[in-house]
Design a protein around this ligand. Sequence first.
Ligand code: 5GP
Length: 330
Amino acid sequence: MLLNEEIKLDYSDVLIRPKRSTMSSRGEVYLGRTHKFLWSKKEWTGIPIMSANMDTVGTPAMHKILAKHGMITCPAKHHLKKNINKFMSGKKNICWFGGIDDISRLSKISSGFIGLDVANGYTIRFVDAVKKLRNKCPKATIVAGNVVTADMTQELILAGADIVKVGIGPGSVCTTRIKTGIGYPQLSAVIECADAAHGLNAHIIADGGCVSSGDIVKAFAGGADFVMIGGMLAGHDECEGELVNGEMKFYGMASKSAMNKHNNNNHYRGAEGKTVSVPYKGKVDDTIKDILSGIRSACTYVGANRLKTLSKCTTFVRVNNTHNTIYGNE
Ligand code: 5GP
């Protein structure tokens, strides 16, 4: 047994210190990024926020709105089997995820990004699957995850991933940390994996754990090239699911709800996700504008006139958690 006593941080453990700035308005901030990918050599320009590939949020209606903002949609896995053509608008702003058994399906997709997405990206079988997908699709921009440490980030990149998805346990409907005790504080995971990936000219996605635009800001400030959100997009008109008494259902992809829906039950697999009811939030376009306004505002507070320079302009300060809980939430 080993014990690592270094302090590791979640988004709620820090704030960003304001700095002198020459900017006079948040309208001056450019939120677009252009990323050139290590293996595919392709370039992508847009606002680097992604919807999670979860049942209720990874919908064609969500894709229509996110693509308008230059953001990426990751369709829920079941669409990969039968509904690829429903996601037509803004084809470059789409990332199709599948599991290890979906390699041949994924390799037939010719636009946007493709990715292999498993709860535990630490197995040899997963690394072999990434290599296999890269061999089959030398020109595709490939995402692989999830992991939370620098060593495994580099291993997946060397196996052929352009982008590594980072996060084990931080998700709003995830119960992995409770069920298994496994996880890693998300801000530290992002900082450490981004550093490892950038050293190899590759990229990372900070996946899960953002409950506010401030958390998205902290993920970018920590070095994330993309930020993936699920719960923040739940409860909108563009989501799948019924509106009952002003609330909509949202569930983890490893929850009982998802297992029952996709007939994915077996005797050794227990749920590592839960089902919650989220308040109805109206049009996702309004939520997106609110998120973007929060990021712009953060950039003006630290003197970053582009999202690209936010990380360089950031000094995190550690905060007392109690204080953050009382005053940090709207
Ligand atoms: P959120 O933005 O809601 O905090 O997190 C979304 C992320 O949670 C997803 O992109 C995915 O990585 C993760 N996730 C989704 N469903 C489950 C689940 O059932 N179990 C676990 N452990 N993680 C999940």
